[in-house]
Every structure is written in structure tokens, then in C-alpha cells.
Design a protein around this ligand. Structure first.
Ligand code: HXC
Length: 518
């Protein structure tokens, strides 16, 4: 090495050391209390070892307000670049709370936009790790402009590349809107929160008292609002969960590389399923059990696990290929559809459709949940989202009805009538306009009223209706059901169907975009 180069490299190393120092040892130590990782440690866990390449390490802010020009730390509170997850390229940003509270400056936003642009152009996912006090107060509106640039890229990249946000600290005010446009939001229990207006503003305006955790912690957003798709017990758990999810996702909307070899035989017969559906149609059973028994190696990654548990969504593989699973859960609200379930499943289906992931639906749905709360809060509009998402989706769609499929909910849940490709049913399926008891109470009201013993007459007429309609054969006669199958054959038939649909092409009339009921 020449002497000159030796000097230059020493200078570079000095600068690198400064950049690595972040906010310094004291701030790092404070930040790490309670088991939190630093911004760089987070990237180390998220990415394959040694794969991270940093960009813009020496960027500094340009603000001169409030004496800011005296402190211009390298990197400006964010680390950006690219790396690999299980060998696949991803672009990343990780806010460093130890530097100016990770707050968003114009230059911080520019760094994020640079990697987002690269992600969109190169067709690779973008993962944002958020830990920030929000807009850099000293910069004012310049910072807001930075947020707007990020929102724009979130929207432009939507449906082109998977976008993921991990909330690992504060996220307040308008800053919440980038995460909520992204496809999956992860939160860490007890150390992260998200809200548009915080507890102090709420107290001043409405006199309500609420803690940050109650208002916008991980539990709140995973159970009540549905803003968070995943919660993790600590930073490391959160980052490993992201790696797990990435395993199911393609890199972009034209990529088909997420398949994995499996030792699970495609023609595996699952005899235990012949005993899953209870004899009594009112008795619940666990739909998760059915899912885990039929998918490859029993591996199902549930999304929105704690939100709207009456519907299950998540990823699994059939014969190595990723699929999105949507399933009613008879154990919760008898599997009825409601506002939250409709929103949850509709967004999931639209993600799958945008990224060419086939949809497999398991149906046991008695109908939409009745009630004035549901009506007043817009079940009409929200339920329509689910119908719209299923009808619009052009990916392979395979639906299996295990038991109840009544009325509008039957149509909505991936029925043949909404452009589903293959509809299967168990012999225990009841595909009808409504449950027998309800139907008889309406159409046989007079006959029951006139009967000597109305209760006995109602029971007789109900049994008669059940005999006529509570089965899969009326639907099979009409061709609405393609095949009635023995439950033990579930895995085999779903795989047969997906293989048969592998090259599906489906044309939607050209349009700017549809107008999904929002
Ligand atoms: C500049 C900030 C900052 C911010 C924190 N800091 N937030 N600097 N702009 N927004 C700095 C602090 O001054 C401090 O600097 C360091 O970061 C650590 O902050 P602390 O307050 O010591 O940390 P902590 O006690 O953990 O409290 C964290 C916090 C608090 C709750 C996030 O910092 C806070 O309330 N910050 C302001 C939040 C806020 O109102 N943001 C603007 C919202 S408006 P020193 O040098 O002392 O270490 C917004 C609009 C976005 O975000 C709109 C997008 C469209």
C-alpha cells in the first residue's frame, strides 16, 4: 500500500468509527435498558450475517436553526442500505433513537427515499425499522416534506414490492401513516406505540385519561384496531418473525421464487379429518387443526392472530408452493363474518392477489353477525370489501366448505359464484340460503301457528328442511360445487386443484382502478 493510501484509509476508518458511535455510549446504554437493541444490532439480527451494505453513512443534516449546525452526526439518525434474508435481496432502513431521538429530518427522509426508489426499481422488498420522536422539530415543515416523499413512495410501491414496518419505539402523529400503508406492521410489546394524537392531547381535548400503552401499544393494535399484524415479545423476536414472514413472500409482483422443496407427500391421506366435524352442527371445532393437518409439514404462519379471531388468515405451503389461507373459525362467534373479519380478510386477499399468491379458503360460516352495532358501524360497506376482494382476485382460488355456508356469507367466502376456480365440499356441508330453523320460522310461520302442537310441528318442518337443503348435493347438482370429497382427501385434492390451476390466466377489464368500498 502506498503511504498516501494508508493515510487516506486511516482517515476513512476514523470517520467510520464516528458514524458507528451513533449518539455515544451513554445514550446507547440508556436505549438498551429493557433489552432493546441498537439500530445497527437490529439490522444484524434481521439480515443474513455479513450481507448488509450501508449507503449514505456520512450524510449529515443541513439545518441551521437553534444551533443545529454545531452538531451534525454522521448518518443523521438513520442507517439505510441493502442486505439479504435467506439469500434474497431486501432494502432496509433503521432509525437510531440515540441520535436526535431518531427524528425525521429532510436528509433522513432523503436517505429513506433513496433505498425505497432502489427497492421499487429493482423489485425487492423494503423493510423499515421505526424508532423515532417524529418530525425533527427544529426543521419544521422541511421534515413534513420528507414524510410526504416517503408516503408517496409507499403508495407507488404498493402492490409492486412487499413493504414491511417494524415499530420498535415511538411512532406518533402523521408518522403513523407510512407504516399503515405498508403491507405488514410488526410491533414490540411494551416498548413500542403508535397513535395519531397522544395521551396529553387526548386529555386536553376530551378529558379522557389513557396511558401510551393502552392507547397505542402492541396489544391494543394487535387486538383492538388491527393496525399491527404481528406482535413480538422483544426486538430480537420481532426481527426473526419478519425473517419468517419473508420466507413466504415473493420479491415483487412478477417474481415466483418463494417455493421450497418439501418432504411432505402431496397425496398424503389425513384420516383424522374424517373425525373432525362434530355430529352436532352447533358444536364448534378448531379450524386451525384442519389447516395444520393439511398444509406442508403442518407449518402455518398466522397473520393478525389476535385480531378478529372469527376469521383466520395466514401463509402455508402446499407441495412447496406458498398459498394464502382464509378460514372461518367456528370457535369464535361461531365463525360469523363481522366488520373486523371482513376488513382483515379483504386486505389479506388483496395482498395475495397483488403478489400472485393463490388463495385457499376453508368455509364454515353461518352468516354475517347480526346487531345494531354492526349495522351502524357499516357492516354493509365493510362486508362488501370482502366480497369485492374475492371477486376481483385473479389468482388461483380453491375453496372447501366443511360445514355451514349460508346465504350472503356463502357467496362472499370464495364461492364459485364469485369467480372461484375450484369449490370442494365435505359431505357434512350445509350449503343453503339460511339455517333450517330460521328458514322454517319464516316460510312456515302460518303452518306452525295453526298446528295443535307448534313445537312438534316446527321440529318436524325443520327436519324436513334440513333433509332437503342442509347438504352439499343441491349445490353439486347445480355445478356450484365441483366435487364432494371425503375429508381424509383434503390435502390431496387441494394440491390437485392448485397444480391444475398453476398456469391460470384471468383477464380483468382494463381500467384505471376499481372503486373498492372503503
Ligand atoms: C427533535 C427530538 C424529537 C423530535 C426527541 N428528540 N424527539 N428532537 N425532534 N421530534 C430528541 C430529544 O430532544 C432528546 O435529545 C432525544 O431526542 C431523546 O429524547 P428524550 O425526550 O430524552 O427521550 P424519551 O424520554 O425516551 O422520550 C421520547 C419521546 C419524546 C416520547 C419520543 O422525545 C418526545 O415526546 N418527543 C417529541 C415527540 C413529538 O412531539 N414529535 C413531533 C410530532 S409531530 P437530547 O439531545 O436531549 O438527547 C410529527 C408530525 C409528523 O411527528 C407528521 C408526518 C406527516
Amino acid at each position: 500500500m502506498t503511504e498516501m493510501m494508508q493515510k487516506k484509509i486511516a482517515e476513512l476508518e476514523k470517520r467510520n468509527e464516528l458514524a458507528m458511535a451513533g449518539g455515544g455510549p451513554e445514550k446507547k446504554a440508556k436505549h438498551k435498558q429493557g433489552g432493546r437493541l441498537t439500530a445497527r444490532e437490529r439490522l444484524d439480527v434481521l439480515l443474513d450475517p455479513g450481507s448488509f451494505v450501508e449507503m449514505d453513512r456520512f450524510v449529515t443534516h443541513r439545518c441551521t436553526n437553534f444551533g443545529m449546525e454545531k452538531n451534525k452526526p454522521y448518518g443523521d439518525g438513520i442507517i439505510t442500505g441493502y442486505g439479504r434474508i435467506n439469500g434474497k435481496l431486501v432494502y432496509v432502513s433503521s432509525q437510531d433513537f440515540t441520535v436526535t431521538g431518531g427524528s425525521m429530518s429532510r436528509t433522513q427522509a432523503n436517505k429513506i427515499c433513496k433505498v425505497m426508489d432502489l427497492a421499487i426499481k429493482n423489485g425487492a422488498p423494503f423493510i423499515s425499522i421505526n424508532d423515532s420522536g417524529g418530525a425533527r422539530i427544529q426543521e419544521g415543515i422541511e421534515s413534513l416534506g420528507g414524510y410526504a416523499d416517503i408516503f408517496t413512495r409507499n403508495v407507488m410501491g404498493s402492490g409492486v414490492i412487499p413493504q414491511i414496518t417494524a415499530i420498535m419505539g415511538p411512532c406518533a402523529g402523521g408518522a403513523v401513516y407510512s407504516p399503515s400503508i405498508t403491507d405488514f406492521v410488526f410491533m414490540v410489546e411494551n416498548t413500542s406505540y403508535m397513535f395519531v394524537t397522544g395521551p396529553d392531547v387526548i386529555k386536553a381535548v376530551t378529558h379522557e385519561e389513557v396511558t401510551k400503552e393502552q392507547l397505542g401499544g402492541a396489544a391494543t393494535h394487535s387486538q383492538k384496531s388491527g393496525v399491527a399484524h404481528f406482535t413480538a415479545k422483544d426486538d430480537k423476536h420481532c426481527l426473526l418473525l419478519i425473517r419468517e414472514l419473508m420466507g413466504f413472500l415473493p420479491s415483487n409482483n412478477l417474481d415466483d421464487s418463494a417455493a421450497l422443496a418439501t418432504k411432505d407427500r402431496p397425496d398424503r391421506i389425513v384420516d383424522s379429518l374424517n373425525a373432525l366435524i362434530p355430529d352436532n352442527p352447533k358444536k364448534p371445532y378448531d379450524m386451525l387443526q384442519l389447516i395444520s393437518e393439511v398444509v406442508d409439514e403442518g407449518y402455518f404462519l398466522e397473520i393478525h392472530k389476535h385480531f378478529a379471531q372469527n376469521i383466520i388468515v395466514g401463509y402455508a405451503r402446499f407441495n412447496g408452493r406458498p398459498v394464502g389461507i382464509v378460514a372461518n373459525q367456528p370457535q369464535v362467534l361461531a365463525g360469523c363474518l363481522n366488520i373486523e373479519a371482513s376488513r382483515k380478510a379483504a386486505r389479506f386477499i388483496r395482498f395475495c392477489d397483488a403478489f400472485n399468491i393463490p388463495i385457499v379458503s376453508f368455509v364454515d360460516v353461518p352468516g354475517f353477525l347480526p346487531g345494531k352495532d354492526q349495522e351502524w358501524n357499516g357492516i354493509i360497506t365493510h362486508g362488501a370489501k370482502l366480497l369485492y376482494a374475492y371477486a376481483e382476485a385473479s389468482v388461483p382460488k380453491v375453496t372447501l366448505i366443511t360445514r355451514k355456508a349460508y346465504g350472503g356469507a356463502y357467496i362472499v367466502m370464495g364461492s364459485k359464484l364469485l369467480r372461484s376456480d375450484v369449490n370442494l365440499a365435505y359431505p357434512s356441508a350445509e350449503i343453503a340460503v339460511m339455517g333450517a330453523e330460521g328458514a322454517v320460522n319464516i316460510i312456515q310461520r302460518e303452518a306452525i301457528a295453526k298446528a295443535k302442537d307448534p313445537a312438534t310441528e316446527r321440529a318436524r318442518l325443520t327436519a324436513e328442511y334440513e333433509e332437503m337443503f342442509s347438504n352439499p348435493y343441491v349445490s353439486a347438482e347445480l355445478g356450484y360445487t365441483d366435487e364432494v370429497i371425503e375429508p381424509a382427501l383434503t390435502r390431496k385434492r387441494i394440491i390437485d386443484s392448485l397444480e391444475m390451476l398453476k398456469n391460470k390466466r384471468d383477464i380483468i377489464p382494463p381500467k384505471k382502478h376499481g372503486n373498492i368500498p372503503l
